[in-house]
Design a binder for this molecule. Sequence first.
Ligand SMILES: [Zn+2]
Length: 380
Amino acid sequence: MSVWDDLVGQSQTVTTLSMAVADPERMTHAWLFTGPPGSGRSNAARAFAAALLCPDQGCGHCRECRTALDGTHADVEFVATEGLSIQVQQARELALLSAHRPSVGAWRIIVVEDADRLTERAADALLKAIEEPVARTVWMLCAPSLEDVIITLRSRSRHVRLRTPPTGAVADLLVRRDGVDPPMARYAARAAQSHIGLARRLARDEGARIRRRDVVKLANRIHTTVDAVAAAADLASIADEESGAAGQERDAAERARLLETLGADPAARTLPPPVRARLAALEKEQKTRATRFARDIVDRCLIDLTSVYRDALMLHLDAPVELVNEDLRPEVEKLRRSRSPVQLLAAMDAIATARERIDANVPPALALEAMAVGLRAPRG
Ligand SMILES: [Zn+2]
């Protein structure tokens, strides 16, 4: 067993990182992990942190390894934003922290999980700390791609690129680590297109599987403009349902915890002004998070929807590849019969455009409607 076990399909990365661990004298102080969502960027950073702190270079079971992996090690700071961006104030605090020697371990490690969400000012605040690092400090930045990271930070970091793991490797991980049945693991890895976190959720949560199936089935339901508008509304509500359930529970728990910390009575009719102010700040933060989360879910639904068109295209071309939606093959066959390859490509384009628009802050409902109109079946 070692800390690298869960980095499936990333042998090159594991080699690079283990070599760095083995040669502490020549340590690089700033690393940048990139890779598609779900490829395990932050897991790679965690494993690397554990290996650096472990007396055996990442045994996977000692105290250093376990605490570094689960995020409780005193010398490993994880920065993940729930909001849309990491602000300058937080970056300044990190820069200060990075100047301190490690308290118990060999290294102080700062993992910025969403380096793509650093504002320009926040990145500037980190720049000096990253450029002139303290001897025992290591920065690990994570982002989807190099282009997502402000160039000044990018140019000062050593780049490690994770790739999308093969579905077989993801399925094996689910079986080995999460105890999922092999057929379910294979389905989940395929349907999630190798996104590890999503595959685990699909494997464990029947609601998530049903919602995914509903999205896939939309493709064959859109014939007329009326259908298109209805489908867009359905898609929006599937996404809402997905994001709502998780969000509300968490929001309520956070509220209760805050009231407890402040020593306020949650049942009181009126709360003192300072408590009210803190609550208002929390609610604002929660709203920002909900917006981001909802957008991420819509995006995920659109990736699922694209996969049906992609599968239908593969059938047209007789391509010797596995279908993402093997479990829904009749749906895919039906779509193939009603659309030419050119029409399938046009549909994939329409979905890609909607994703770009939503990413550029167009209200999802509008972008989805425009997209769905582009997905109508050709006449006749
Ligand atoms: Zn260890």
